[in-house]
Design a protein around this ligand. Sequence first.
Ligand code: ADP
Ligand code: MG
Length: 261
Amino acid sequence: MSQTTQTDATGTDATGRTVLRTSGVTKNFGGLVAVDDVDVEVAEGEIVGLIGPNGAGKSTLFNCITGALDPTDGRVELRGEDVTDWSEDRVARNGMVRMFQHTHIYDEMTVHQNMLVSAHEDRGLVANLSPPSDAAREQADELLEYVGLAGLKDVKAGRMSFGQQKLLEFGMALMAEPDVLLMDEPAGGINPSMLNKLIEYIRSANTEREVTIFLIEHNIDFVMEVADRIYVLAHGEKIAEGPPEAIQNDDRVLDAYLGRE
Ligand code: ADP
Ligand code: MG
């Protein structure tokens, strides 16, 4: 079993208030231990990265955190409250929202309509049949301006580039005004010019909109650039945590990525 790098910086950045904490989170799929006794902590105002080789358990950990999966063992806390058994909707209504690894937009709807759907999503069928409020429309307009898609608001979302769809999905996630946003591989499949934009948007959401961010990313340069702190998973276990510089030079991390274990 590998040891874990400890840093005193854990959860004490920014205001120091812990928004999200997992303790001993474990998820088994039959005989496979996909997530093995994982503790993570995200403080208010942080941007925290989660990295690890394919199949390390990163998405499964996110699923356990957001309520899409029930952990086999362990506890998930949102602002100190035990949310382990909460549904994904309830978690989202309480300020923790996730973005998916693959975009969840409606191709045949316009960009603006997609924004309004996400404003309605947690309000049930009746709300979905009633016209969106002026406030929701204004918020959609403002966010489309923010993510640079205002000029495309009446275009069918399916006609935009993959990178633009990712930005739309980011805007949709912000419609919920989350306190914590979990992003699963936001940079996946995005071209290099869009990558820098995405980094800017993540940073400004964090600083200007006060969104705490926990993100999984395959692109190591991206995560090193954007994250204040990083957790590393391999084979379901947390093998390292710390600031980007420490992670970059951690032998266990290199071993995990190079398969030298
Ligand atoms: P990562 O996101 O780090 O690439 P995942 O969390 O997707 O890894 O997967 C971790 C492990 O759990 C993998 O071996 C994967 O095949 C397995 N796994 C993920 N989801 C399921 C599932 N619903 N049923 C069975 N096995 C799963
Ligand atoms: Mg994944």
